[in-house]
Design a protein around this ligand. Structure first.
Ligand code: HEC
Ligand code: HEC
Length: 223
């Protein structure tokens, strides 16, 4: 290759890459107002963003990838939790979600809680091209029983396989009823450490007794 040819490749390569970069940046910026639902960005939401900063929520949490990795990402938290739950949780995290890793009680004022919920609701509406990705949820199960509904809602399939769908962190549950009875399963759900002191399965003791019952019935029936 001659020197002038190498120069031409370098110069044109740079010019073309820069042009693509600028065009894509421009294109993203043009889409921003629509994708962020700018019209819903009212003073309530802005006040909530200030609360988020004042209490350094992003020391522990991420939103759109920005923040700490200690606590769950909350970009889409309002898709899985309702405002009433988050309001109660922020006022007293340990009481509302015992056995979790324990978010500190930051002693927010009622108005601050309302504002930060408005902020999280607005963030939830941002079109992020489905980022962060959701864990695979069980869709192959089709009995439609109440226990199956709880199984799906609690995201058990993030760790367990059932009829070929789900994660592989925990054992396959497709035939769990063949080796465990209902009482054993109930104990596992309420306190996984009762069977294995080093269990990494989270406790589901925060579920209502009815949900636990339905779930244990459902799993005990899988043979
Ligand atoms: C010291 C770290 C820390 C700080 C600071 C913190 N959190 Fe948390 N947060 C956690 C942890 C850990 C959890 C997981 C549940 C638990 O352990 O209580 C959590 C859970 C949550 C949840 C529920 C998430 C889910 O997936 O259901 C919300 C909503 C939340 N935090 C909002 C906030 C807001 C708003 C602030 C600031 C006002 C904040 N957090 C500050 C650690 C923190
Ligand atoms: C974070 C991962 C994780 C999640 C989420 C999870 N589990 Fe588990 N589960 C495990 C692991 C790991 C085990 C293996 C035993 C142990 O360490 O406790 C287990 C064991 C079990 C067992 C005993 C299976 C056997 O063959 O002995 C049952 C039943 C069970 N889980 C049900 C559930 C249900 C129902 C849910 C949802 C409500 C759930 N798990 C959510 C990780 C998880």
């Amino acid at each position: 290759m001659t020197l002038s040819r190498a120069k031409a490749i370098f110069i044109w390569g740079t010019v073309i890459s820069a042009a693509i970069f600028l065009y894509l940046s421009y294109d993203s910026l043009v889409q921003m107002p629509k994708r962020t639902q700018e019209e819903k960005l009212d003073s309530h939401v802005v006040a909530g963003k200030w609360v988020w900063q004042k209490y350094n929520c992003n020391d522990c949490h991420t939103i759109l990838g920005i923040g700490g990795y200690y606590a769950p990402d909350v970009t889409k938290v309002m898709s899985t939790r309702d405002g009433e739950w988050v309001t109660r949780f922020l006022k007293d995290p340990e009481k509302v979600w015992p056995n979790a890793r324990k978010m500190p009680n930051l002693h927010l004022q009622d108005q601050e809680v309302a504002d930060v919920v408005a902020f999280l609701t607005w963030v939830n509406g941002i079109n992020t091209n489905n980022w962060p990705p959701k864990p695979l949820v069980a869709t192959a199960v089709t009995s439609g029983s109440p226990g199956e509904t709880v199984y799906k809602a609690q995201g058990c399939s993030a760790c367990h396989l059932l009829n070929g769908v789900g994660g592989k962190v925990g054992p396959d549950l497709s035939r769990v009823g063949g080796k465990r009875d209902k009482a054993w399963i109930e104990a596992q759900l309420k306190n996984p450490k009762s069977h294995n002191p080093n269990s990494i399965m989270p406790s589901f003791s925060r579920l209502s007794q009815k949900d636990i019952d339905d779930l244990a019935d459902y799993l005990a029936g899988l043979r």
